[in-house]
Design a protein. Structure first.
Length: 192
């Protein structure tokens, strides 16, 4: 009889279910969220800081009015992303001790995703602004379209598709999918 070894995804799902059952999932989820913010926040800070200084440069007055509007949109999107990425930290401090941790994480996740939408827009607008200024508007629009496609594909479409494909990994009303019952048995046997 041939023993089937579970894939890394199957093992991760089993470990995740065990964490949920033991109550450690809540703390791990908060830690993951904080680590994600540590990655997103410096990018939003750097972009916002760069955009804040731009109007004070002598050449800024020479750009055409349409580029100034692109700049304003990029600045407001970048600033919005920065505000949304820092909101969970401020809210956590103000709400201590957290009475409803699950609700807090849900709200913080929504704020992070909304901040990522604004950061996506700011990056596209900045790509358009910089490229338009350096090589002209037609190429600036083309570069903005490429950056938009890249961000959509990597940040939004890939995770969305991966989540849809791996729906079987999510607990169902009657328990976990049949696909993982054998992995549970196999990992349980390995742990013994």
């Amino acid at each position: 009889m041939k023993i089937q070894h579970p894939s890394q995804t199957e093992r991760a799902a089993v470990i995740g279910r065990r964490k949920v059952a033991s109550g450690n999932h809540d703390e791990d989820d908060m830690t993951e969220m904080l680590n994600e913010l540590r990655i997103l926040l410096p990018g939003a800070q750097l972009l916002t800081g760069f955009l804040i200084t731009l109007p004070f440069n002598s050449g800024f007055k020479e750009i055409v009015q349409s580029e100034k509007w692109v700049f304003m949109a990029a600045f407001l999107c970048s600033l919005s992303s920065l505000i949304l990425f820092t909101a969970p930290a401020v809210q956590h401090r103000m709400l201590r001790p957290l009475l409803n941790r699950v609700h807090f994480k849900d709200v913080a996740s929504r704020q992070m995703l909304t901040g990522a939408v604004f950061l996506s827009l700011a990056l596209v607008l900045c790509a358009n602004l910089v490229t338009s200024e350096v090589v002209g508007h037609p190429l600036g629009s083309a570069v903005a379209a490429i950056v938009t496609s890249f961000i959509l594909a990597i940040w939004w479409i890939y995770p969305w598709r991966s989540r849809r494909v791996h729906r079987q990994d999510v607990p169902t009303k009657g328990g976990f999918s049949k696909h993982f019952s054998s992995a549970d048995d196999h990992v349980s046997q390995e742990d013994q």
